[in-house]
Structure formats: C-alpha cells, structure tokens
Design a protein around this ligand. Structure first.
Ligand SMILES: NC(=O)c1ccc[n+]([C@@H]2O[C@H](COP(=O)([O-])OP(=O)(O)OC[C@H]3O[C@@H](n4cnc5c(N)ncnc54)[C@H](OP(=O)(O)O)[C@@H]3O)[C@@H](O)[C@H]2O)c1
Length: 302
C-alpha cells in the first residue's frame, strides 16, 4: 500500500530533496524534518499547496522528532552529518539520533521506516563514521521491527560534493594529488536512483526488514574517476600519488581548523574500497536501473 504521509528527516539535503520531490510527484503528503526549516522552503514548490510541510526537528532532540512523525505512516531518515563538531558527533547523529527516529516512528504507529546508511557500515570499524553508521543500523533494527536499510555508495548528481570538489580542483590546481596511488575502488550511485529506490521500497511491503546495497553499474578506481573529471572539464593535469601517511599528517594539522577541508576520518575512508559486497539485495532487486557516472556527469559538470 502506498504511503499517504511520509516524514523525511534530512529532507532539505542533497539526497533528501530528491526523495521529497519523488514522493511529491506521486501525490504523497510530506513532512520535512530539519533543524533549519526556514532554509527548506524551496521544497514546497515540488508539491501542490499544503502538500509539503516543514517541521523543526533535530534528531538529537527526541521531542522534536516525536512532533515531526505525528500522523505519518512512513518515515525516512536521510540526515547527513560528515564532520564531528562539539556534541554533534557521528555517534550522536547516526547512532543515538537514528535511534530517536526509529523509536518515535514506532511510537507514532508508522508502518514503514527507511534508514539511509552507507556502504560498508560496520559497528566494529576503526573509522568513527563507519562505526557510527554500523551502530545506527543495529539500534534502528532493535527499535523498529521491519526497518528497511539502504546503504548507498558515494552518491553523485547535481550539487554533489564528490565530483564538484574534484572538478573545482581540476580547474584551479596545477596538479591533482591522489590518495595513495589512487587505487581505492568506488562504485558511485546516481542520486536519482537512490531517491527512486526509496519510493519503490515504500510501495512494496516485501521490502520490510531488508537491507539493500546501492551502487552504480560500474566500479572505478579513484584515479579513474579523477581522469573522468579531467576529461569532463577539458583539462590536463599531472596526477601525483601522495602516500597515506602524508594525508594522515595533513589531516591531523587541519583538525585544529573550525571547518577542516579534510578530516582524519575522511582519509581513513579513502584507504578502503567502497563497493557493493554482493551479500544483500541491490537496486536491480527493486526494479531500478542504475545509471552510470558517464551519463550524468556532463549534465552538471562542465
Ligand atoms: N552524499 C553521499 O555521497 C552519501 C553517500 C553514502 C551515504 N550517504 C548518506 O545519505 C544520507 C543523506 O546524505 P546527504 O549527502 O544528502 O546529506 P546532506 O546533503 O549533508 O544533508 C543533510 C540533511 O540533514 C539535515 N540535518 C543535519 N543534521 C541534522 C539533525 N541533527 N537533525 C535533523 N536534520 C539534520 C540537514 O538539514 P538542517 O541542516 O536544516 O538540519 C539536511 O537536510 C546520509 O545518511 C548520508 O550519510 C550519503
């Protein structure tokens, strides 16, 4: 049965806004739960008058979560948090915050919960980000029976950080540094495919309790992706391998900055492959045809 009203936490984000748009196009009522609803008013043009409601919600503050899930039969947690700052740790947002969403969704009687996690989520990881994602999955599984977990790889599309950052560097920097030799494998997935997957999951009760790994149709090395971007922006640049030890040291120095451009955890993430493991279901199982980077990149990077 299709959802009548869906609360989307993180609905103003890079992925969340696509989810809201897809749901609105299906005629679903949407409540967007974010800390800054005043910055999310642009979402309302995706729906008819009154179809998209904006609610103040901080997943760390369970009472605001409770308000935002009221009257919704489905809930999607697409909250993004990439840099730890003060009390806003990965554990607080992707662990406890995710638990708050799951607990309040259950309490409000919601039938469906989609929890957006990430490829490789692992409660035993030495990366605080990956570990918090893994712990989050365990906590939401305990609090909401039948939660559907989606684990996307690097997500790309207009406004992404991965390819836009690379493109900016490719245009301006005389040489492009690689993480190690640039051999880390990645399987980027199109943001439109992830949003479509959410809609398909909500429409199909057999997806309850399932875990999906969402990746694109191809696996690339980091170096191959840098080359794709160089081709796209029509620049020639030397690609310089930089040992991970150097990146670790750089990130350690940057840690004192208020908004570090690179964190130790991000360096850690670049040391390991981020690809589908093949032990759980994928986009294809949801009837979504994954789109390749080569098809979409020219639509937003020039
Ligand atoms: N982007 C990727 O490449 C990628 C890859 C794999 C997995 N993912 C996962 O996909 C999900 C969405 O990522 P994204 O890249 O779209 O994130 P994003 O663009 O950074 O969006 C973050 C969203 O979360 C909201 N938010 C942040 N902290 C919040 C809090 N404490 N309480 C409530 N809302 C909060 C933000 O709105 P306010 O600031 O107004 O609160 C915003 O709507 C995340 O779970 C992310 O880990 C992303």
């Amino acid at each position: 049965m299709a959802s009548k009203r869906v609360t989307v936490f993180g609905g103003s984000g890079f992925l969340g806004r696509r989810i809201v748009k897809c749901l609105a196009a299906e005629g679903t009522e949407v409540c967007v739960g974010v800390r800054h609803p005043e910055r999310a008013s642009f979402l309302q043009r995706f729906g008819r008058d009154g179809q998209i409601e904006l609610a103040h919600a901080d997943v760390w503050d369970e009472s605001t979560v409770a308000q935002a899930v009221k009257r919704s039969d489905s809930v999607i947690n697409a909250v993004g948090h990439y840099v730890e700052k003060g009390p806003a740790t990965f554990d607080a947002i992707h662990g406890q915050g995710a638990l708050h969403v799951a607990r309040q969704a259950r309490q409000a009687g919601a039938d469906r919960l989609i929890h957006i996690s990430g490829l490789g989520a692992d409660p035993a990881s030495d990366s605080p980000y990956v570990r918090a994602r893994g712990i989050g999955e365990v906590l939401v599984g305990e609090a909401f029976e039948g939660v559907t977990i989606l684990r996307p790889g690097v997500i790309f599309g207009a406004g992404d950080s991965f390819f836009n950052t690379l493109a900016g560097m490719a245009r301006q920097a005389p040489v492009l540094p690689l993480f190690g030799r640039g051999r880390t494998k990645l399987q980027p997935v199109f943001v439109g495919n992830v949003a479509e997957a959410c809609v398909k999951v909500l429409a199909d009760p057999s997806t309850k309790g399932e875990v999906y790994e969402l990746g694109g149709p191809r696996v690339y090395t980091y170096k191959a992706l840098v080359r794709l971007v160089l081709e796209q922006v029509d620049r020639r640049r030397a690609l310089v391998p930089i040992p991970f030890l150097v990146w670790d040291t750089l990130a350690a120095f940057m840690a004192v900055l208020p908004n570090p451009p690179l964190t130790r955890d991000q360096v850690k993430l670049m040391k390991r492959d981020n690809v589908i493991e093949g032990t759980v279901s994928t986009l294809e199982d949801l009837g979504v045809a994954p789109v390749a980077v080569e098809e979409i990149l020219p639509t937003y990077i020039e």
